[in-house]
Ligand binder design. Sequence first.
Ligand code: MN
Length: 250
Amino acid sequence: MHILVSNDDGYNARGLEVLVEALRDLAEITVVAPEVNHSGASNSLTLSRPLSVRHAPNGFMYVNGTPSDCVHVALTGLLDRRPDLVVSGINNGANMGDDTLYSGTVAAAAEGYLFGIPSIAFSLVERGWGHLDAAVAFARQLVAHQLSQPLQVTSLLNVNFPNLPENEIKGMRTTRLGKRHPSQPVIRSATPYGETVYWIGPAGDARDATQGTDFDAITQGYVSVTPLRLDLTHHDHIAQVSNWIGPLCS
Ligand code: MN
């Protein structure tokens, strides 16, 4: 068995290092991760310049590009055989609800999924690695389960861990994505030269955190496991849009 591991926090991130250590006895592990933090990179690929792949002393490879670049380059150029699983994380912070659209952690896993490989994104919901050891224990369980009894469908799983000690985590729940309120306003600041600059504000609070959502599972103390799909087509709108453009089609 062979697992490709990436993340969006960068190859030096603790969540990546600890996850890789925990998975070592389950499979051969190859790490290809961004050189620097690319949280919020979404599925971006670098097309304006070539990418360098360098080797860290611990055996990790790092790329001066995005999470999607890392997995893409690994699958199309670096690995001599296809991995059985692509894993991303463990991210420093939640990737729930609408976060998943912006997330570089989810994007790295999504890149594996686009190549037809089962993929899992892991995130610890609070920043600061509070109970990373508990998150890693559950991540290891899920990976071991996928390797020994693979899902019958090729899946992209978005997994979030509550920031709790292992004995306080109640178990795992399969969830749907919740929804967030719009982001909070930008934060204005000034450069030493007097130019006004803007920081993107924090994500909004949960708007749909009802039963069955990832937000609800986390609040209740469960690990949240959401199967994702990448088909953006709004199938329910096809008929209406077709009618609407009808007059323009003659
Ligand atoms: Mn991140």
